[in-house]
Ligand binder design. Structure first.
Ligand code: ACO
Length: 321
């Protein structure tokens, strides 16, 4: 018995901000952003749009693309580090809005690894028999914790949401998943103010993401290489056995470096950075949905999903679609 992704949906806000527009806000250039990150434009939520608004549209799209009745959903897990409010969690807000059953609904706080963590957990619920139909979402409004005067970060981050429906299946679905974290790196990427230790009202406007980009870059490549190699090894596979590699979309140079170390040709790597930017927990389901929609990925393909984010947290999911 496996748990299998039966449908995927996503949503990107309509408000597209190009690199050229950022040139007018901070001391940067389209050329610098393209060559150093691979990003050309990004979607930014409207002032009234919260993370759940994006998540609801992505979840609704995934439900509509599946053959399920929404009443079948018996588990909702959302990966996000930008929830609407401290409580209720985004899962509960989705549940209420889409009029889903009173099933368990919760969020996973693992930054850019949120979707992979959520998928890993949902897989276990399904394999244990506790869930027969899970809704797994990655959704973020990173624009809300981004300092738009800081050129080191504002050119990178973006908003979006992606969702997947999982069901038990006798056909191969999720083959393997591994998640990890190492808090000793927490000072390389963090938000200093939030709810408990340093409430936002203690120091207004200091709740933006702080990042030592260069150091994050080096650790990311190392951890991503080792977890991908471990995932392949544990399943007696090589990169030749993978049809598609979908890494977290943070920086094209990180993606290229990891692909090279894995001996994975870039033709097999799904890259949506150019139009998505770094949407944290939403990046992988957004990329997966795009590649399914444009016909690159189809049923039966073997896919390696991989994430890395603040914490640091990282993980993989190896699956057959
Ligand atoms: N435009 C122009 N110049 C810039 C910009 C910009 N937007 N940003 C930085 N620079 C400058 C720097 O000030 C520096 O100038 P200096 O040499 O005069 O000091 C120069 O460019 C080089 O800066 P670096 O930080 O060394 O540039 P780097 O090549 O490392 O690229 C980047 C920076 C894009 C942030 C890269 O390090 C990166 O992608 N890091 C990893 C990000 C990541 O993966 N985050 C994890 C996931 S996110 C999450 O969990 C929410």
């Amino acid at each position: 018995m496996y748990s299998r992704i039966i449908s995927v949906g996503s949503y990107q806000p309509d408000n597209i901000v190009t690199n050229e527009e950022l040139e007018h806000k901070v001391n940067t250039s389209d050329e610098w952003i393209r060559t150093r990150t691979g990003i050309e434009s990004r979607a930014i939520a409207e002032p009234g749009q919260a993370t759940s608004d994006l998540a609801i549209l992505a979840a609704d799209a995934a439900i509509k693309k599946s053959d399920i009745n929404k009443d079948e959903i018996d588990l909702i897990i959302v990966g996000t580090c930008t929830p609407d409010v401290a409580t209720p969690n985004v899962g509960v807000i989705i549940q209420e809005s889409l009029e889903l059953n009173s099933c368990p609904a919760f969020s996973v706080e693992a930054a850019c690894s949120g979707f992979i963590y959520a998928l890993n957990i949902a897989n276990k619920f399904i394999l244990s028999g506790e869930s027969k139909c899970a809704l797994v979402v990655g959704a973020e409004t990173l624009s809300r914790i981004t300092d738009w005067n800081d050129r080191n970060t504002c050119v990178l981050f973006a908003d979006g949401a992606g969702a997947a429906i999982l069901k038990p299946s006798e056909d191969t679905g999720i083959i393997y998943s591994e998640i990890s974290a190492d808090g000793t790196y927490s000072d390389l990427l963090y938000v200093p103010y939030g709810t408990s230790r340093k409430p936002i009202n203690e120091k207004e406007n200091d709740y933006f993401l702080q990042m030592k980009g260069n150091e994050v870059f080096k650790v990311a490549v190392k951890k991503l290489e080792s977890i991908a190699i471990n995932t392949l090894k544990k399943n007696n596979l090589t990169s030749d056995d993978i049809d598609w590699f979908i890494p977290h979309q943070a920086n094209i140079r990180i993606i290229q470096a990891v692909a090279k170390r894995l001996d994975m040709p870039m033709e097999k790597v799904i890259v949506t950075l150019a139009e998505h930017g770094n949407t944290s927990a939403a990046s992988i389901p957004l990329a997966l949905d795009k590649a399914i929609t444009d016909g690159r990925i189809s049923k039966g393909d073997r896919i390696l999903l991989q994430s890395f984010g603040a914490g640091f947290t990282w993980g993989t999911v190896l699956l057959t679609l």
